[in-house]
Each structure stands twice: as C-alpha cells, then as structure tokens.
Design a binder for this molecule. Sequence first.
Ligand code: SF4
Ligand code: SF4
Length: 96
Amino acid sequence: MDKFEEVMQMMAKMSGEEMQKAIEAKKKLCICRDCPSYNECAKESNELLYCAIGKSPKCITGEVGCICPGCPVTEQMGLKSEYFCTRGSEKEQRGM
Ligand code: SF4
Ligand code: SF4
C-alpha cells in the first residue's frame, strides 16, 4: 500500500465534520492560483483542490503547465498524478 492509499484509509474513518475541516486546511495549501493553467474563471469561482475534488467543472480546459508536483499537498497525500483540473482527482486518475 502506498502513501496515498494509507491517507485514503485514514480519511475514510473521519466524520463528515472532520473531513470538511481537513478539506478546508488542504485548500489553504493549494497553489493552483499560481499555475499558468489556472484562469480568471477558476479564480472567480474560487476553484481549488482539484486533486481531491476532481476536474474543474466549467473553467479550465487547457493544459499549459501544472505546478502540482511542487505543492505541499502532493507530499502530504502521496500524489503521483498531475493536471487534476483537466484529468480528474488522484483517485479518478488511478481508477479507484
Ligand atoms: S496538488 Fe495541485 S490541485 Fe492539489 S492542492 Fe496542490 S496545487 Fe492544488
Ligand atoms: S491542478 Fe495542476 S494544472 Fe490544474 S490549476 Fe492546479 S496546478 Fe495547475
């Protein structure tokens, strides 16, 4: 089991409230706003944390660079994928 799978197991034991708190804490660490693929629409909609939540619902379609590998959440969660805003969450990209 890799780090991401361990984190998923741990999160599965959280209550709804604990999960919400964890999501808000991770959103604060998300560096998508500094990414070249992040656009005005995403900014106005305050979209973040695509690695957990999934694709940008209506804003980001173009891939012009992804800075996820340098994000602290990548290290914390053991993420291996990138371009979560266009390709889907880590879980989705792993086919989980
Ligand atoms: S890994 Fe990418 S999508 Fe996830 S929090 Fe970091 S910058 Fe945002
Ligand atoms: S998920 Fe990656 S490509 Fe998309 S906005 Fe965040 S850093 Fe950029």
